[in-house]
Design a protein around this ligand. Structure first.
Ligand code: AMP
Length: 115
């Protein structure tokens, strides 16, 4: 039964496919289906947390793990020229999937400020 699950929870549960680049006990990383750069990977916790607005101090180790996973993937995906890690939060932040995720973007020069 998948009613009520986010698309990312369905990917975690292997109900729908994704191009997975990393998986461990705490998180999963896979290519974004609509890439905004030559490399665009999403890193998500396996535990369901709706957004950065919903984390607590008890999530400190998990949040560190997600950032360290971004660091490792940047090396694995050969983003030596630089990259960006983004967390969209809430409606004004541009979040469209209610499961916390980090975007790892690289492979081209990225503009600033974001739109
Ligand atoms: P955000 O706008 O920060 O919530 O980012 C959600 C991201 O999820 C977008 O970049 C989407 O392209 C991506 N996305 C949505 N569905 C899938 C999917 N099934 N597989 C991979 N990426 C997805």
């Amino acid at each position: 039964m998948s009613a009520g699950k986010t698309i990312f929870k369905r990917i975690i549960d292997k109900e729908i496919p994704a191009k997975i680049v990393h998986e461990d006990d705490l998180c999963l990383a896979f290519h974004d289906v609509n890439p905004q750069a030559p490399t665009h990977v999403l890193i998500i916790p396996k535990r369901e947390i709706a957004s950065l607005a919903d984390v607590t101090s008890g999530d400190q180790a998990l949040l560190g793990h997600l950032l360290l996973t971004a660091h490792s993937l940047a090396k694995q995906l050969e983003l030596a020229d630089g990259y960006r890690v983004v967390i969209n939060c809430g409606r004004n932040g541009g979040q469209t999937v209610d499961h916390l995720h980090l975007h790892l973007l690289g492979g081209r020069s990225l503009g600033w400020p974001p739109g």
